[in-house]
Write a protein that binds this ligand. Structure first.
Ligand SMILES: Nc1ncnc2c1ncn2[C@@H]1O[C@H](COP(=O)(O)OP(=O)(O)OP(=O)(O)O)[C@@H](O)[C@H]1O
Length: 251
């Protein structure tokens, strides 16, 4: 049964007087791998920042289940944020800490588990992303793809219900990017999580996206939504061209 996890209603986003996007309306269902796409500078990262509680809307609402996030009291918001995992573009690992220490951080901060249990959980999360045995490595000792996966292990440390990714495959070779895609699907299934991804990686969008929204910088609003593969035939040529890299169908 489909159940709305995240609902965006009449959302307008602005920096000061400058409107970035207006009148956004879409729903992310539980279990979706939801893609936020569109050309450079259209406001994808800005939308992500609104969804994860970093920027308040200029107008409109963001609902987690039936809770209006930005209208909710701070304790309610904190409880929602506690159930969110975020993987930023850079992976954002602390370079002076080992992988195990990086993954332990949110556990130290948000739980009162004994140290031995935190260590065991950190090793377990690293094993889920294929990094068993790398606990004592520092980020500079491993490849870019492994760093992304370590960042992912940290993002899932607290068993999030919803995982957000900002350009997860940026800077990765196609094989590592494919591996990360497979891992995202695997974790969605094993954690029973919902996934929201900002990306313009076409292979990823078409391979793993179950639903999407397409933002346009010129129109300053969404010009399409739906499963990415269905958008390959969208009446708006901008959408079709984006998804076919200007012409060739990748079906
Ligand atoms: N902190 C900020 N203050 C003012 N303007 C900003 C800020 N962050 C982004 N912008 C502007 O908002 C617009 C949307 O930026 P955003 O980074 O959300 O786009 P994007 O779709 O994620 O772009 P890209 O695909 O290039 O990463 C851009 O014109 C950008 O210059």
């Amino acid at each position: 049964m489909t159940e709305a996890h995240l609902t965006v209603r009449d959302l307008t986003m602005a920096y000061g007087d400058r409107i970035i996007q207006r009148d956004l309306n879409f729903t992310v269902n539980r279990g979706d791998i939801f893609i936020i796409m569109g050309g450079s500078g259209c406001g994808k990262s800005t939308l992500l920042r609104h969804l994860i509680g970093l920027l308040p809307p200029a107008r409109g609402h963001i609902y987690y289940g039936d809770v209006d996030f930005w209208a909710a009291p701070p304790t309610r918001r904190q409880a929602i944020l506690r159930r969110i995992g975020v993987l930023y573009q850079s992976g954002a690992l602390w370079s002076s800490m080992t992988l195990a220490e990086n993954v332990s951080l949110p556990l130290e901060e948000y739980t009162r588990l004994p140290e031995a249990e935190i260590q065991a959980l950190a090793s377990f999360k690293l094993s889920l992303v294929g990094l068993r045995g790398f606990e004592d490595f520092y980020p500079f000792e491993i490849s870019g793809g492994m760093q992304k996966r370590a960042g992912l292990a940290r993002a899932i440390a607290l068993d999030p219900e919803i995982l957000f990714f900002d350009e997860p495959s940026a800077g990765l070779d196609p094989i590592s990017a494919k591996r990360l895609d497979d891992l995202i699907v695997e974790l969605r299934d094993s954690l029973g999580a919902t996934v929201v991804i900002v990306t313009h990686e076409l292979p990823s969008i078409l391979a793993i996206g179950t639903n999407s929204v397409f933002l346009d910088a010129e129109a300053k609003t969404m010009i399409a939504q739906g499963p990415p593969r269905e958008l390959l035939h969208h009446p708006n040529p901008k959408v079709r061209e984006f998804l076919t890299r200007g012409g060739t169908l990748h079906e």
